[in-house]
Structure formats: C-alpha cells, structure tokens
Design a binder for this molecule. Sequence first.
Ligand code: FAD
Length: 353
Amino acid sequence: MSWLGNVYGLGAKYCIEASPGVRRGDAGRFHQVWQDEHVDAPRVLIVGSGIAGVACARALRSAGIAPRVVDRGRQPGGRMASRNLNGRTVDIGAAYFTAQPGTLFGALVEDWVKRQLARAWTDTIAVAQAEGIQGSSTGPVRYAATAGLRALVADLARDLDIEQETTVEHVAPGIVDGQHYDAVVLAVPDPQAARLLDADSPLQTELAAAWLPSIAVVLEWQSRQWVPFHAAFVNNTPEVLTLADDGDRRGDDAAVLVAHTTEALAREHLDDPDGAIAPTSAAVQRLLKLPDAPTRAFAHRWSFARPSTQHPEPFHWHDGIGVCGDAWGERSSVGTAWSSGDALGRAIAASFA
Ligand SMILES: Cc1cc2nc3c(=O)[nH]c(=O)nc-3n(C[C@H](O)[C@H](O)[C@H](O)COP(=O)(O)OP(=O)(O)OC[C@H]3O[C@@H](n4cnc5c(N)ncnc54)[C@H](O)[C@@H]3O)c2cc1C
C-alpha cells in the first residue's frame, strides 16, 4: 500500500507519493491532535531528517506550524551519520563541524557544548602527502560529539513528528485522495530532490549541478600505533582525501581511524564499496608508517557526499516548494545545512503569516 498525499500552495498543486513508514513516540500523536485542532493551519511536509530538514521543522514549530517530517532512513541524521561497529559508535559521515561565534548556529553549538553533547575537538589539522604527515594548519575550532554527530540531530529532532523509513517517491502537480500540503520542503541533496520532480519541472535546471561521491572507510587496530594527530587533509594521493582519528575525536582513545576516499576511488567502487577497503587501508598504512594491517574494516558509500558547486541563495522557496541543505550557502558544511533549513522554515512561516 502506498501513502498518497497532495501538496498545493501559492497557486501550484503538488502530489507526494511515499511508501509507508513508522511513526515514533508521542510526536505522531501530537501531530494528529495538533492537525485536528488547527484545521486551518498550513500543512507542511518536510522530506529529509538530516540537520537541514530538522532545522526547518524547528523553525516552523517556533512559528506555530507543526510540519510532518519523513525520512527514508531508520534514524534522523542523514550525512551526520554515526554507526555502531563492534559495540562502539563511529562517525562515518561528517568528520566534524565548525561554528562562527555570534551566529544563530554558533548559539546552538554553545548550547550543545554546555549540555556536553558536543565538544571543542581541535583547531589544528595535519597536512599530509602520500609519504606522510608534513605539517599542520591552524584554523577554526572543529567540534565533535562524544556520542557521535548523529546524536546532535537526534537532540534537535527530539520533540518533532518524524516518520522514519518512509521514502517519498514523487512530488508532482495534482491532487490525490483529498489530502494536500500547502508547502513541501525537499531537505535532501539536489540530485535526490531532482529525481522526485517531474522531468519538465522548472526546478530541474536549478538542481542540475553534479555532486561528488566518497566512501568512508573505518579501520580498526588492536592498539594505537601512530604518531598522535587529530585529523589530516591528505594531498595528492589517489586514495585518501581526509583522515580522522575517531578515538581522539570521540575522546575514548579507541584505535580507530576513518578515511574519506577521493572522488576517483569512490567512483571506482560505487557498486562495491568494500572494494575500496584494501587500497584505502594500504594508503593509510603507508602514510602513517604503520607496520600492521588493521584488524577490522568497514566501508560506507556516500553517492552524494558533497555538491560540486554552491547556490548563492540560502534556499529555494517558490510555488509551494522549498529546497534547502548544504548546497545552499557559502560552502557545503553542517553549519550551512542548518542555516539553510532554519532560514527556509522562517521564510515559509512568514509567507503564511
Ligand atoms: C563523507 C562526508 C564527510 C563530510 N565531512 C564534513 C565535515 O568534516 N564538516 C562539515 O561541516 N560537513 C561535512 N560533511 C557534510 C555534512 O555532513 C552535510 O553538509 C550535512 O550533514 C548535510 O545535511 P542535510 O540535512 O542538508 O542533508 P542530509 O544529511 O543528506 O539529509 C538528507 C536526508 O534526506 C533523506 N532522504 C533523501 N531522499 C529521500 C526520499 N526520497 N524520501 C525520504 N527521505 C529522503 C536521507 O535519508 C537523509 O536523511 C561531510 C559529508 C560526508 C558525506
């Protein structure tokens, strides 16, 4: 059975088709009660419970609009992904994030730090070539999360109505089953948003830029054998783009490194991410001069890790369709994704005020 809803708003009508999902906790009941009691309130659907979708949902909730949020994944977080491997949480998506003091995102991060959900990790990143670490560069403070970055999105999502394991398949003009939404937000990478829209949608051109893949390779040893570093930008190697010490990042000193492959290596292994483990592991051993191979390894494919170009606007909002995420703003990052979602939520609320 498929769930069919309609989206219309500001002159245009949109139809959403989605496969069924599970509704978690009391939030679903809250949503139903809220909708029953506020029959005239705008109906908003957000596709995606990454940090952008969740930020958008929170901004709408602050303005008195209770959106429905759906995500095809099992948990909120999207590319701020943490996975339990052998009884330990490892960050397999974003490596860390930065925040500018004095911004709304900066205030959110301060609150996370105060509540010990996030911690200032380091301002120093090693710079490496294939032969080894050559030096380091100092920059903004990089933040990490002791329970993994996904926990931060879960914190933002705690009292929202999110239906996980619900995949939206089509956003198109039309009305089906008498259900409608006044606005639909696509808080997903642009190529995934484009797939949901009809081929002749005017938005297709705006969403046409290529996105780059990466494979996250988790490597685990019996003990820490490397000269201490936090994370490294790796230049001029065919295999590895960045490397992070997950034990250092998470603060438990586990002998676990996470490498993000180059776009080229990821493209070679998109159909078989495990195939990226051997070349990545060899490159990391060479780079850190490690005598032993890792004892365990795991690979995760990110087909759309990051956009190749950025939209100068903070979001798209036109004819009842919004698009937000890390491609909307100065540079692809966690902070940009949050700011884009938050700004879009405020803009939608303002347009219904
Ligand atoms: C390997 C890697 C390394 C990174 N390193 C860093 C870093 O060090 N610092 C930094 O700031 N950023 C980093 N990033 C980028 C950062 O993770 C993203 O910018 C940010 O998490 C994007 O959030 P988002 O909400 O825009 O999108 P996502 O997190 O991608 O969320 C989109 C959500 O939409 C859902 N979805 C997609 N299609 C559908 C559908 N049809 N129906 C229902 N749900 C759907 C997905 O399941 C997902 O949960 C990295 C990303 C990757 C992949």
